[in-house]
Design a protein around this ligand. Sequence first.
Ligand SMILES: NC(=O)c1ccc[n+]([C@@H]2O[C@H](COP(=O)([O-])OP(=O)(O)OC[C@H]3O[C@@H](n4cnc5c(N)ncnc54)[C@H](O)[C@@H]3O)[C@@H](O)[C@H]2O)c1
Length: 322
Amino acid sequence: MTWMVTGGAGYIGSHIVDAFVSRGESVLVYDSMSSGYETRIRYLEKKHRATIPIVRADIRDCEKFENSCNQFNISGVVHAAALKSVRESFEIPEEYMDVNVRGTKNILDISISLGIRKFIFSSTAAVYGNPKHSLPVSESEVCSPVSPYGETKYLAEKLVESCYKDFGLHGVNLRYFNVIGACAPELADVMGENLLPLLLSKIKNGLPLEVFGSDYPTQDGTCVRDYVDVRDVARAHLLAATTLNVLPARMNIGTGVGESVLDVINNLSAVMGMNLEIVMKGRRQGDPAFLCADPTMAAKELGFLTQYSLRESIESVRSLLR
Ligand SMILES: NC(=O)c1ccc[n+]([C@@H]2O[C@H](COP(=O)([O-])OP(=O)(O)OC[C@H]3O[C@@H](n4cnc5c(N)ncnc54)[C@H](O)[C@@H]3O)[C@@H](O)[C@H]2O)c1
């Protein structure tokens, strides 16, 4: 079986490729390289002494996608390609709709027409928006995205789900929470929008660490999130890809443990063996106080339990500061 990983040269996609190739699966990377790096795949080829072909193309290019599926005899798709910046999605919402929704529809239609049976979609906790309670969210929570990014991922989920229901496609929408860590510096998140890369770039530039909001109703007043290691996220895909069970349409991928911004900074401080300067700022619009996964369903359906602690995830990217 050959898997196509769209967005396979991205941060999470390249970790999925790593997990699949480690298990002897054959993988094709399909990526426009808009925010991906071919060097990640070259690193993985060296690591596994394997050839990992790359098609440099857009998911909106139907002809290219179809030809690639035929040429490489693809029988399963992991769809991780997307635009993923919450901030940017407010600036260019049409482009987010085009890539994240129309692009997903294109590759779903082609996958079905070619008889591809498995399709796993990278979704996000952003589909939940700002839950009005401080309890872990389960998959039955009402979705109410608060950004164009979250909205496009939610619409894409719906398209995927209708194909599970109406066309016999198998798979699952995996809703990742805050993804963190790296299996090697070569594959690390370098976008600088998520908390850890942001903190690392401040430290690298000798700047104080900004904390947005210290008066939330949480244990220390700062926002609480569920930080899940990218190596665990990648393993969840492998479990979803190889199970023979019919899966529920959507599943949270998180640890079930909430950590505050100050928890993350304290762990970073401990890992680096130094005190880090912090500057408290006001709340940012749209940030929920608490967003944490109820991971019960993934444990039950996939036997998925996370293996990496927050400290281990931070240690995995420590070398980026050198
Ligand atoms: N990073 C997170 O914390 C997080 C959390 C939840 C969900 N996700 C989802 O996980 C997926 C991967 O995110 P990431 O953090 O690895 O981002 P990333 O930007 O590193 O990876 C996305 C990849 O998709 C490619 N891509 C973008 N537009 C494309 C297009 N039109 N055609 C083909 N390829 C295209 C990019 O070049 C890149 O390699 C996304 O779907 C994102 O929505 C990420």
